[in-house]
Design a protein around this ligand. Structure first.
Ligand code: HEC
Length: 259
């Protein structure tokens, strides 16, 4: 079996660059979790449970219109209410209008007055309508908005399926590349096997956990936390092990040139 530390400098350089990008990817994944799910902190198991299964005290609209979210947060929909910033009275007034209606049970009789906020192209309609960025969650009729006004409503299935599809592909490619790379490093035996299984197994547990948590709630959210943690940990260790062997002896030595 050839070894990475004996490989030509250019190949080790390529592998080292890849490993650095992978480590950057893992860091960005944490930052993303921090910003989007944890809203300014690493999300604990409870935040994961509420994200997928729903929060008995809140509706999806309360969540995305929560004034505690930074104004430019990706999940902050208050920025599209028509005001220029978080302190704009228009933002506050329209949020109150929407949430008062939601808290009254989102009656159909109140829909007509609120429809312009949801459907106007200057507001939610820019994205939550056919052809928009978020056409998978249209908000153009009372019936379409209703699921976002339910207390304890789980995350919508359509966007979750798309996200799972994209994530699983990325996880699979990353796990394969790192696992193959690891086979050329000095990490051998049981540890090698555990890392390889941990990356693919972690990815599978994580994504399966999304759907199980959405459906049945606790304790499946722990699967998301453990699976995601396992994937993050094993990919970091594999990335570092590959980087270590790629850099051993220095990149400038073209061992194949002498051969
Ligand atoms: C510029 C495009 C855009 C506009 C305008 C917009 N949204 Fe969104 N909306 C998104 C995107 C993108 C997401 C997914 C965010 C994420 O989860 O990362 C989203 C998510 C949501 C969700 C949550 C979906 C989930 O899966 O949790 C709700 C509810 C929502 N928007 C409501 C609204 C409302 C109400 C308005 C108008 C006040 C609005 N949006 C305006 C792009 C937009």
């Amino acid at each position: 079996m050839p070894r990475l530390i004996d490989a030509p400098g250019s190949l080790r350089l390529a592998v080292a660059c890849f490993a650095c990008l992978v480590l950057g990817f893992v860091l960005l994944a944490q930052a993303n979790l921090w910003q989007q799910v944890g809203a300014g902190g690493l999300p604990g198991p409870r935040a994961v449970l509420l994200k997928y299964h729903g929060d008995p005290d809140k509706t999806l609209l309360h969540d995305v219109l929560d004034p505690a979210r930074p104004f430019d947060d990706r999940r902050n929909m208050s920025q599209y209410l028509g005001g220029i910033d978080a302190n704009d009275p228009v933002t506050a007034e329209r949020r109150t209008q929407v949430l008062t209606w939601v808290e009254a049970g989102a009656p159909e009789s109140g829909w007509e007055g609120l429809a312009p906020i949801f459907t106007a192209v200057e507001a939610c309609g820019a994205c939550h309508a056919p052809g928009g960025e978020k056409a998978d969650l249209p908000l153009t009729t009372h019936a379409e908005v209703l699921p976002t006004t339910r207390y304890g409503a789980p995350t919508p299935l359509g966007p979750l399926l798309i996200s799972a599809h994209n994530h699983l592909f990325g996880f699979a490619v990353l796990a394969l590349l790192l696992s193959v790379g690891l086979c050329f490093t000095r990490v051998e035996g049981l540890l090698r096997g555990l890392l390889i299984l941990g990356a693919s197994g972690g990815a599978a547990l994580d994504i399966a956990g999304w759907f199980l948590t959405r459906q049945w709630g606790s304790p499946f959210h722990l699967l998301v936390v453990t699976g995601g943690g396992l994937f993050g940990l094993t990919t970091t260790v594999m990335g570092l092990a590959i980087l270590r062997d790629a850099l051993a002896g220095g990149i400038g030595t073209e061992t194949d040139a002498e051969a």
